[in-house]
Ligand binder design. Structure first.
Ligand code: AMP
Length: 417
């Protein structure tokens, strides 16, 4: 069943002025060749074996939907960052066996994503068959958004499906430009639909109390999101390095903690705006401070506004954990972006771990929880809790830009003619 049902239809139409698109669940794929842009940018070991097949697995429902509907599939993807044309270590030929195994079908491979061979193999494709094209980024035209390159790709299929959320914030040939060649025969895959609907569930349809947990290193990289979230949420929990810029804005002493002096004024403005809007901003009351950056540092717990000189805050303290857990467990909608501390180091992972567990508990009680954007995804994976929240986003940068309220070219291209 598609995630874009009646509920999200309303959501999406309120976000975009124009809504007139095909839907993967309703489309008749019989005898159609579906050109699917996926994100198979998977890690490989020294022998070119896939070491983490999560991204391939995630695209299987969309591929299977086309095949079971009587169509054939042409898969387009990038892998790595090839600099100047084809490079063996970035060849998608390395993943053919893994894709075949997961799609449960013999996947054919075209050694070039455009040109005579790709054209012939695509045109010979029978219903139920799958063709994987070589790395799109072997052509610099891909990232340049070249129209002629996009046209050549478009000629391989009858219908275009975008299921690559991770690259939806880029106007690349295969993610956005190509859609122009499919005025009506274009749609989202299941994976990208779920990303869109999950953000909508938080920003447009979220049930109150809505809590955003924003952490990570710097205020500067999260300020637009915080400003955007203030229009929508009831609580914003602040953690990570950025907490110390807020602590300074409140007149605190933060020792050697990470502080962005240029953003102290901005943090003050955020606190004032939040007060005016009735949004509660939670700053950690206490902090685990260290005398150096490392697992072998000496530590002490102190008030966040009186961190001694020479010490730096690397995690939230026990009182802050209690406050934050209580706020999260009373929430009906939760967005989590950014860790509470330097979770990569065992000595400073506790705050992030306890917040992750609180998000899981709230989800069990019926809250909707979205974990999105960069390091919070790494954190939830580290604690093996990714399957216990409502949605973990597959797109780091794309999710950040989406939450900032930016129009993503890959999404806009499907929604608009
Ligand atoms: P971001 O990419 O902005 O979400 O930042 C994530 C990074 O912030 C992670 O690598 C964390 O180790 C780091 N981080 C979290 N808390 C702190 C802190 N208190 N001081 C310095 N770095 C931190």
């Amino acid at each position: 069943m598609s995630f874009i049902g009646l509920f999200s239809f309303k959501t999406l139409t309120s976000q975009f002025n124009f809504f007139d698109m095909e839907n993967i669940d309703n489309y008749n794929f019989t005898n159609k060749k579906a050109l699917i842009r996926v994100d198979f940018n998977v890690p490989l070991d020294g022998d070119f074996n896939v070491t983490d097949n999560t991204r391939i697995k995630a695209a299987v429902p969309t591929i299977q939907k086309v095949l079971s509907g009587g169509g054939s599939v042409i898969i387009m993807s990038h892998l790595g960052r090839p600099k100047n044309g084809p490079e063996a270590k970035f060849s998608l030929s390395s993943i053919v066996d893994e894709v075949s195994k997961l799609v449960v079908c013999d996947v054919k491979f075209a050694t070039d994503c455009i040109g005579a061979e790709a054209k012939e193999m695509a045109s010979d494709l029978k219903p139920g068959e799958v063709l994987l094209l070589e790395n799109l980024r072997f052509y610099k035209h891909e990232t340049a958004g070249d129209k002629n390159f996009a046209r050549q790709l478009s000629e391989l299929g009858d219908v275009y499906i975008n299921d690559a959320f991770g690259t939806a914030h880029r106007a690349h040939a295969s993610t956005a430009i190509i859609a122009k060649f499919f005025p009506t025969e274009k749609m989202f895959g299941y994976l990208i639909e779920k990303e869109i609907v999950s953000v909508s569930k938080v920003l447009n349809e979220g049930e109150s109390p809505i809590t955003a947990i924003v952490g990570g290193a710097k205020v500067s990289s999260k300020i637009i999101i915080i400003e955007k979230l203030m229009e929508r949420v009831d609580n914003i929990i602040i953690g990570g390095g950025m907490a110390y810029t807020f602590a300074r804005a409140l007149g605190g002493k933060t020792g050697n903690s990470l502080v962005e002096d240029d953003f102290i004024e901005t943090a003050k403005e955020v606190l004032e705006t939040a007060k005016a809007k009735g949004v509660s901003i939670l700053i950690p009351s206490d902090t685990v401070a260290a005398d150096k950056f490392g697992d072998d540092a000496n530590t002490q717990v102190c008030d966040t506004n009186t961190i001694p000189d020479g010490w730096m805050g690397l995690d939230i303290g026990g009182n802050a954990i209690k406050d934050y857990v209580s706020c999260v467990s009373n929430s009906k909608t939760i967005l989590w972006n950014g860790p509470m501390g330097v979770f990569e180091l065992t000595s400073f992972q506790e705050g992030t771990k306890q917040i992750a567990l609180a998000v899981v508990e709230a989800t069990k009680k019926g809250a909707f929880s979205l974990v999105g954007g960069g390091d919070s995804v790494a954190a939830i994976n580290k604690f093996n809790l990714a399957n216990e929240v409502s949605h973990v986003s597959t797109g780091g940068g794309a999710m950040l830009e989406y939450l900032e309220g930016k129009e993503l070219p890959g999404i806009k291209a499907i929604l608009k003619n």
